[in-house]
Design a protein around this ligand. Structure first.
Ligand SMILES: [Zn+2]
Ligand SMILES: [Zn+2]
Length: 380
């Protein structure tokens, strides 16, 4: 093990609150109006009905609607020390800003306050052992979404879209945000896809159906399925009884169970590959070079200069052409890495001594970069 005067930083997630959670899945959309909260509640209940232990975090702190949908508007979570106990309903554990406020009025937070609550939802909730934690993100692609993606060590993200949003290119925006922070996209769900008649059960396509599937083909992101616009889903939202609780025979309930099973298959595949790529340990040498110990005990040494000139950030590489815009001659040969920061389970952000700190080095990228000769060039 190389000596270092920096504190050893470990690549494992440090968060005790989430340490018993096997898979953390963000449910996101490019924009509001896709019925994402209703979908998250029903997907969580569907996953629980397959026998999994499921948690649900309502991160839509501006318009928390899940307590109502779960018939838990009056529930209040217990607090032990500085840890919040999630509320249990229909076989799932959940937290929501809606459980912490007393009136039904709109929640208005300034951004820093909102961020603080998100931090607490990540760090101060006693989730216990879970197979899946679904995080219902606020709609859009702003700071709250990015913070969560980077701090919660996401297994991946699910993009919810409607046929209209695919047509408008809104869903693609959501995909792009997660790609930028190296969070795998687990799949696309098309919501409000066709209308199920309450009387005869026949499905009518009131919007153009199949956009989610087309998007998935175009972007090579898995297609998890479509949820029909079933009046039962809306009625169940109002009554506080999720559609899967009132029976599994409705088209909506069947659709949720099918999406839940597809999601489980993909999550299993993705988490297997992620843990293969994830380093065991990352350290800095005294001279500011980087040492990565991989899962198979292989050790890679990276020279700080070589990492700097291979920086993958948007100011060093032209995003459209993929061409390097950074001139290596402008980088001092004795450049060092001052510190680094783990970004989820996919990447490390390097802070260089020239002040450059925008590069996120995905572990996959690191594995492809040239390594320094471990015998010579290091002062240990
Ligand atoms: Zn009919
Ligand atoms: Zn850069």
């Amino acid at each position: 093990m190389p000596e270092s005067n920096h504190p050893h930083q470990h690549a494992q997630p440090q968060n005790a609150s989430l340490s018993g959670v096997k898979n953390i899945i963000a449910i996101a959309s490019g924009k509001g109006g896709v019925g994402k909260s209703t979908l998250s509640v029903n997907l969580a209940v569907a996953l629980a009905q397959t026998g999994a232990k499921v948690g649900l975090m309502d991160a839509d702190i501006y318009g928390p609607s899940q307590p109502g949908m779960l018939g838990a508007r009056e529930a209040r979570p217990d607090v032990a020390g500085d840890m919040l106990q999630p509320v249990k309903k229909y076989g799932i554990s959940f937290v929501s800003m809606g459980l912490l406020i007393d009136n039904d009025g709109p929640v208005i937070w300034r951004a820093p306050m909102a961020m603080k609550i998100i931090h607490q939802f990540i760090g101060n909730v006693e989730w216990g052992k879970l197979d899946y934690l679904l995080i219902d993100l606020p709609p859009g692609t702003g700071d709250v979404q990015l913070t969560l993606a980077q701090q919660a060590s996401l297994t991946g993200a699910v993009i919810v879209t409607t046929p209209q949003q695919v047509a408008l290119g809104v869903a693609a925006k959501g995909l792009k945000m997660f790609e930028q922070v190296n969070v795998p996209i687990l799949g696309v769900i098309e919501n409000m896809s066709g209308f199920v008649c309450k009387h005869c059960g026949k499905t009518t396509d009131i919007f153009k159906v199949g956009g989610g599937e087309a998007l998935s083909k175009h972007t090579e992101v898995p297609y998890l399925g479509a949820i029909p616009l079933d009046p039962e889903i809306m009625m169940s939202g109002d009554s506080g009884v999720p559609v899967l609780e009132s029976g599994v025979d409705s088209p909506a309930a069947k659709a949720f169970l099918s999406v839940a099973k597809n999601l489980q298959t993909i999550v299993a595949r993705v988490s297997a590959t992620v843990s293969e790529d994830e380093p065991e340990q990352i350290e800095l040498r005294k001279n500011g070079d980087l040492v990565v110990t991989w899962h198979d005990a292989r050790v890679s040494n990276y020279n700080a200069y070589s990492l700097r000139i291979n920086c993958p950030c948007a100011s060093c590489i032209d995003e459209d052409s993929g061409r390097r815009t950074l001139d290596p001659k402008r980088i001092p040969l004795d450049i060092r890495i001052d510190s680094f920061e783990m970004i989820g389970r996919y990447a490390v952000a390097l802070h260089f001594s020239d002040g450059h700190r925008t590069g996120l080095y995905a572990f996959k990228l690191l594995q492809a970069l040239p390594e320094a000769d471990s015998s010579g060039s290091f002062e240990v």
